[in-house]
Design a binder for this molecule. Structure first.
Ligand code: PMP
Length: 282
């Protein structure tokens, strides 16, 4: 694989980052994941805009312009012959003598690599639906910043796996925040309900696109907190993320939703999202 590190394209074996990098020592870094379908990037502008926001929130200098960032994404997709897959991007505050305070003149580290995912849009889980468990949301309070502190979400995925489920939905005071790496939705009497934006959840790029398509298709949308109990009594449920698009959820904590198969709203939104984002892919 060819990867990108601080302005250079290198074979992955030759790509290195300092042991003093603040991404490594403090999780002082942010990331983005952009999907590639048919060799093209989905929602690139949304991901670039959120990256800029995350950097701003952390007062981290942006080492790359949006145009150059797009060029690097495209170069890696082409160099690695990615038809379907992902581009991972990470920017950290860079290497500095270990100190909690930010260094005065940081030189950010920027790394990009690709992951091939053949058949990404034909994930068989879309046919069967996912099972989720609920866990307490024990992450920090600025989940709207896409930082690389992903240990708790990793633990959540392991808890789900141990319980024979596909993922975990996190709850705070009885209300669902989001999935470990995705936004969470329920559907009741035809209305799509998903948590409102705030510091409690990541502002999903797929979420924004899917809600826009839902409204354009005259579907009813409520952006508000919903409880775990409400979710278990919903007609259907689903998640969204850049790498799963729209994925139906058919079971929560062992309780089947509806008839236990992917619901019509989730299936329709998945189709619309894939069709529409293919059209605008770059
Ligand atoms: N919430 C969390 C916690 C996530 O990690 C992700 C995926 N990075 C999402 C939501 C979905 O965001 P997006 O649609 O931008 O991939």
């Amino acid at each position: 694989r060819t990867v990108y590190v601080n302005g250079e394209y290198l074979p992955e074996e030759q790509a290195t980052v300092s042991i003093f990098d603040r991404g490594f020592l403090f999780a002082d870094g942010v990331y983005e994941v952009t999907s590639v379908i048919g060799g093209k990037l989905l929602d690139f502008d949304g991901h670039a805009a959120r990256l800029e926001r995350s950097l701003n929130e952390l007062e981290m200098p942006n080492p790359i312009s949006r145009d150059d960032l797009l060029a690097v994404h495209r170069e890696l997709v082409s160099a690695n012959g990615i038809e379907d897959g992902l581009v991972y991007l990470q920017i950290t505050r860079g290497a500095a003598d270990r100190d909690f305070a930010y260094p005065e003149d940081p030189t950010p580290t920027i790394v990009l690599f690709t992951q091939a995912k053949p058949g990404l849009a034909d994930n068989p889980k879309a046919q069967t639906g996912m099972k989720v468990i609920s866990i307490e949301d024990q992450r920090w309070g600025r989940r709207d910043i896409k930082t690389v502190q992903l240990l708790y979400p990793s633990m959540g995925k392991m808890m789900a796996k141990a319980a024979g489920a596909d993922d975990a939905w996190m709850t705070e005071e009885g209300h669902v925040t989001e999935g470990t790496s995705n936004n969470a939705y329920i559907v009741k009497d035809g209305t799509i309900i998903t948590r409102h934006l705030g510091t409690e959840i990541l502002h999903g790029i797929t979420r924004a696109a899917v809600l826009r398509f839902a409204k354009e298709a005259q579907m009813k949308v409520e952006e508000r907190a919903f409880t775990l109990d409400e979710a278990k009594e919903a007609d259907e449920a689903f998640i969204t993320s850049a790498s799963t698009f729209v994925m139906p959820v058919v079971e929560i904590d062992g309780t089947a939703l509806g008839d236990g198969t992917p619901g019509p709203v989730a299936r329709r939104l998945r189709e619309i999202y894939l069709d529409e984002s293919r059209k605008t892919a770059v």
